[in-house]
Design a binder for this molecule. Structure first.
Ligand SMILES: [Zn+2]
Length: 241
């Protein structure tokens, strides 16, 4: 079957004349294109650009929910942390092994983890929940107190999210409920090979003392087996890990 003969039309968008090849089926003309190829290509490009713009906007808004304003603009080279641990944190790759960054306050542990999360969010498009250990404790107390399954739903969201960051663990006193929910979250996530990122100012021994005896050992065992541990040290202290 030979192609139908083109007819001259004026483009419905730019008005320029163009050769329109009718759509023919069973010998009948079903339709004649209304727009020239230049306009069609331009519209597709404009739609693609619009989709990209909307996606970028969606990512930006989602990032604002993940990352507190204080941590959004960080120049990693200006942090007090020495380069070795800094690179270890920034180059962490998504996988079953989590990350436990420990070391003194004010070396930029939290900022480094948010820089890492920025890559996981913007470039790798992974779903993330980030919160402080204080916020975790607070929400566990409030939501389980409120009842109606809200506490359970909160904990489920933390066990299921692909990437969970809990900042500054081992601070403040833990109620039995908070400790048991924290244990459950770590236990469940490691069992399902989902990585968790943690920071703390404490070392292993201090963490052990934080928790009740029956939970401390299993938790530290999980950390050893399922977490890459990074000792964040200052520039002058060298690069010991
Ligand atoms: Zn046109």
């Amino acid at each position: 079957m030979s192609d139908p003969n083109p007819v001259t039309r004026h483009c419905g968008q730019c008005g320029h004349p163009f050769q329109a090849v009718p759509f023919v089926y069973g010998g009948h003309v079903l339709a004649v294109p209304r727009y020239c190829e230049t306009c069609i290509a331009g519209n597709e490009r404009a739609e693609a650009l619009e989709r990209e713009r909307q996606e970028a906007q969606r990512l930006a808004l989602a990032w604002e929910r993940i990352c507190p304003p204080l941590y959004r603009d960080t120049d990693p080279s200006r942090l007090e942390c020495s380069p070795g641990p800094r690179e270890t944190i920034l180059s962490w790759q998504f996988g079953p092994k989590g990350l436990l960054a420990h070391g003194p306050a004010r070396l930029g542990k939290t900022r480094l983890v948010y820089l890492l999360l920025s890559r996981l969010h913007h470039l790798e498009r992974r779903k993330i929940i980030a919160l402080t250990a204080n916020a975790f404790s607070h929400r566990v107390s409030v939501l389980f107190g409120a009842g109606g399954g809200r506490g359970e739903a909160f904990i489920d969201s933390l066990t299921e999210v692909p990437v969970l960051f809990i900042d500054d663990i081992g601070k403040g006193r833990l109620t039995d409920r908070v400790e048991s929910e924290f244990f459950h979250v770590i236990e469940t996530r490691t069992a399902h090979l989902r990585p968790t990122l943690l920071t703390t100012n404490l070392n292993g021994e201090a963490l052990r003392l934080m928790w009740s005896a029956d939970r401390a050992e299993p938790l530290l065992g999980r950390f050893q087996e399922f977490f890459q541990t990074v000792a964040v040290v200052g520039q002058s202290t060298g690069e010991a890990i």
